[in-house]
Design a protein around this ligand. Sequence first.
Ligand SMILES: [Zn+2]
Length: 228
Amino acid sequence: MSGVYGFTHRRSSGVSGGPYAEANLATHVGDLAEAVAENRRRFADRRGVASDRVVWMDQVHGAAVAVVDGPRNEPPVADALVTASPGLVLAVLVADCVPVVLLGDDVVGVAHAGRRGAAAGVVLRTVEAMRELGATAIDANLGPAICGDCYEVPAQMQHEVDTDLPGSACSTRGGTPGLDLRAGLARQLEGLGIATQVSPTCTAESPHLFSHRRDGVTGRQAAYAMLG
Ligand SMILES: [Zn+2]
């Protein structure tokens, strides 16, 4: 089996309005529940699965990984999902945080790697969970996220994150302390022997993507992976 994966954007098929237009997939951001339900139904449709075959998460900026093998009534409280079951779509919601897709032989995973989760090791733990399920060769794909030019943080925070995730410290466009989480994550993954592709796209600079830092009240796009 091989993994399929992808990333949605604001103009993926959806019915949300205002700051959530059009294809917000998150239930926790203030959008109408009926609109999100319809957007999620369309998301599942486009992947060719029934809605209950998509596993979402209750994301908490932590490092917990949920191993799933079938539909869940309630989304697991976790920031990463791993499965060895074909036809199950694992979805992660983001709007600046790094969406991480991991494709193994017969095992796939996704992770939500924002500043806190990335520093707490959510991607390391996802790789561990996949290897426990038998994955040997794993490829990683880091999707659209806020870039180091845009992601300004206090110097102390930059130092703390770079201590936990070396390679993530950078300077912003304005010359202030910044974080490039994808650079840190790529270094971490390559240290694990995992070939990593990094999207050049910055959410804060791309009007077709949701960006929490740019817009405050906004929706979430998804990254997903499935064994096909
Ligand atoms: Zn940027």
